[in-house]
Design a protein around this ligand. Structure first.
Ligand code: ATP
Length: 141
């Protein structure tokens, strides 16, 4: 049987459907590390961490920031259920810079009983990924 040549990508958050596209390739921030998916991939379920997701249509890549959730991969379909996700062009850079500064200050002040280090670490990671994703113009693959 011929392998499928396209994947239907759906990215949803608890609030909205962010992406529904026919794509050629996707890379995701899995809990065990980044991994790529091409059409015809074997079925799998994986959890996601804080990171950058990109998908490619032809030779154009599109970037999103993702924070936690799950992905279901089927040979012709990839569904991302993200707890939080933003497209590169929707990221508010000033807000991410402010979140990064706050998180860095909390980490620098640790240990203090009123500071939750893990929460500050995740906030720092989210802000760094948002800044990285926001800085990506659409690039040629
Ligand atoms: P902040 O401290 O700036 O509120 P946060 O990391 O605590 O950031 P989240 O809890 O991750 O925020 O997200 C809350 C909502 O705000 C989500 O819908 C998320 O997509 C959106 N959001 C957070 N930061 C940004 C940003 N820099 N640009 C665009 N949307 C953002």
């Amino acid at each position: 049987m011929a392998l499928p040549t396209k994947l239907t990508l759906e990215i949803v958050t608890p609030d909205r459907a962010l992406v529904t596209e026919q794509v050629d390739e996707v890379e995701l921030p899995g809990s065990e590390g980044y991994f790529g998916v091409l059409p015809g991939h074997s079925p799998l379920l994986a959890s996601l961490q804080v990171g950058e997701l990109w998908y490619r249509i032809g030779n154009e890549k599109h970037y999103l920031s993702i924070a936690f959730g799950f992905v279901e991969v089927l040979p012709e379909h990839l569904t991302v259920l993200a707890r939080i996700a933003e497209k590169a062009q929707d990221i508010d850079v000033a807000r991410a810079e402010a979140a990064k500064k706050r998180a860095e200050e909390r980490i620098a002040a640790h240990p203090r009983p009123d500071i939750d280090f893990e929460r500050a670490r995740v906030a720092l990671m989210k802000s760094l990924i948002r800044l990285q994703v926001a800085s990506r113009a659409r690039t040629r693959a």
